[in-house]
Every structure is written in C-alpha cells, then in structure tokens.
Design a protein around this ligand. Structure first.
Ligand SMILES: Cc1cc2nc3c(=O)[nH]c(=O)nc-3n(C[C@H](O)[C@H](O)[C@H](O)COP(=O)(O)OP(=O)(O)OC[C@H]3O[C@@H](n4cnc5c(N)ncnc54)[C@H](O)[C@@H]3O)c2cc1C
Length: 235
C-alpha cells in the first residue's frame, strides 16, 4: 500500500484541474485514479471524432436514462467519458460559460464568492482565447479557445442573418456582456486538436515527479477513520 497527500478519483474536467492545482507547489504528492484508459487516441484528439466516441465503450460509460414519458417512453443515451480527461475528452468542445443568473443565484443562496463577478477573474485566468483579451475574456491561461467566427461555412452567415431578420439579437460573444442571441460559439481546440482538460491541466501536471496517474483503476470504496477520508480501495 502506498500513501499520498491527496487521492483524486476520476481524471475528468474537475479531476484534471484539481490534480494540477494540488501538485503545482511541489509540496504534496498526488495520486489520480482513472477508471478508463489513455486519451492518446485518434478519434479523441481529432475534433470530428466526437461522432465516433459518442457510443464507443472503449472511452464512454454509455449510460442509459430511465424511460421518459416526454420521449414517448424512450430511454435516452447518456454518454460520459471514461478515459483521461473524462467527458472533456469526448465532449462537443463548445466553450460557453454558465449563465450569470445561475452563479448569482448560488451567491444569493448564501455562498459568498460564487457570484459571476467573483468568478470572472478565474474564468479569464483559465483561458487562452485566440480572439484576444477584453473585459470578459483572457489570454495566457492553460485552456486554449479557438475563435471560429471567421472560419464558418458561408451558409452559417446566411443562417445568422435569417435569425436576425426573425428578431433574434446577434451576439458576438456568448461569454461576453450577455448570453442570449445568435452567433458563432468558440470551441476548446488548439491547432486542430481537441483541448481537453487533460491536455490543458492533467498532462502538464503529469510531468511533475509528485503526480502519479493510474489508468484502468476503478475506485470501489472510500475508507474512513471516523469522519476523515484516509484512503481509497480500487480495482
Ligand atoms: C457527449 C458530450 C458532449 C458534451 N458537450 C459539451 C460541450 O460542447 N460543451 C461543454 O461545456 N460541455 C459539454 N459536455 C459536458 C462536459 O464535458 C461535462 O460537464 C464535464 O466534462 C464534466 O466534468 P466532471 O469532472 O464533472 O466529470 P467527467 O469529466 O465526466 O469526469 C469523471 C471521470 O471520473 C472517472 N470515474 C468515474 N467513476 C470512477 C471510479 N469509481 N473510479 C475511477 N474513476 C472514475 C470517469 O471515467 C471520468 O474520467 C458534454 C458531455 C458529453 C458527454
């Protein structure tokens, strides 16, 4: 049995960021347990591979929802990533932050520091936005964001014009001053490759000697001493 200062179960979006932050100082040893395998796969790295990983049991838990009366009793397919980077390695890469109103509701419910204005500096610090920095967006962070607004198919521009004619406001940046309207969203890619949380946060952390990642490691139990979690059992 080995000991670590921190054990992270799951190397998904959250686990990747936490692994990076906890290991950055070099003072703590960090173990990451991931039930799935590597993200070094062609259809994970290539953005359009999204259509392939959507059902692939090699990288996807392939959950099924309960039958839904609103879907005439059908049970929906619920993909979730099962690999380094978790769902950020199989998701659709759309980069739109949560709605200001939701964060502000958290703060209003008695959680100081969770309002949108409180979080905005962290949002900006996280990103390296190809569109450049402004009041709402950041550059120089670990998560590269691609601005596709000039690269879209000509039909997209017609579609946006039609939407505006129908009365919907044009929105130049869904992470900007307001979120409603029509526009071209930004995506988490860099140089044509998927920018997962693993690529942005976990893989840089894996270069540190105080970080160990075990793949194909399914955590089965958290061990407690009293109210303190002291260990993890895994297969
Ligand atoms: C198909 C799809 C498309 C999406 N599209 C978008 C999009 O375009 N834009 C967007 O912002 N969001 C999108 N999302 C949502 C986004 O990817 C997720 O909300 C986010 O990645 C969730 O992060 P998480 O850390 O909570 O969980 P995950 O990233 O899912 O990480 C959980 C990790 O824990 C591992 N794990 C679970 N149980 C255990 C265990 N017992 N032991 C060890 N490891 C375990 C899993 O294998 C996984 O790697 C999409 C998601 C999917 C599935």
């Amino acid at each position: 049995m080995q000991t670590y200062d921190f054990i992270i179960v799951g190397s998904g979006s959250a686990g990747s960021v936490v692994a990076d932050k906890l290991s950055a100082s070099g003072r703590f040893s960090v173990l990451v347990l991931e039930a799935g395998g590597t993200d070094q796969r062609f259809y994970v790295q290539m953005p359009l591979g999204y259509g392939k990983t959507f059902f692939d049991p090699a990288v996807n838990w392939n959950y099924k929802a309960e039958p839904d009366p609103g879907l005439a009793g059908n049970a929906d397919h619920w993909p979730r990533g099962k690999l380094l980077g978790g769902s950020s390695s199989i998701n659709a890469m759309v980069f739109i932050r949560g709605a200001r109103e939701d964060f502000d509701a958290w703060a209003a419910a008695g959680n100081p520091g969770w309002g949108y204005d409180d979080l905005l500096p962290s949002f900006k610090a996280m990103e390296d936005n190809a569109a450049g920095a402004d009041q709402w967006r950041g550059v120089g962070g670990p998560l590269h964001i691609t601005d596709c607004s000039r690269a879209v198919h000509p039909l997209t521009k017609r579609y946006l014009a039609a939407a505006e004619q129908a009365g919907l406001p044009f929105n130049p940046d869904f992470n900007g001053a307001f979120q409603e309207g029509v526009g071209v969203y930004q995506i988490t890619t860099r140089n044509g490759r998927r920018m997962s949380a693993a690529r942005a946060f976990l893989r840089p952390a894996m270069k540190r000697s105080n970080v160990r990642v075990e793949t194909n490691a399914l955590a089965t139990r958290i061990l407690f001493e009293g109210k303190r979690a002291v260990g993890v059992e895994y297969e």
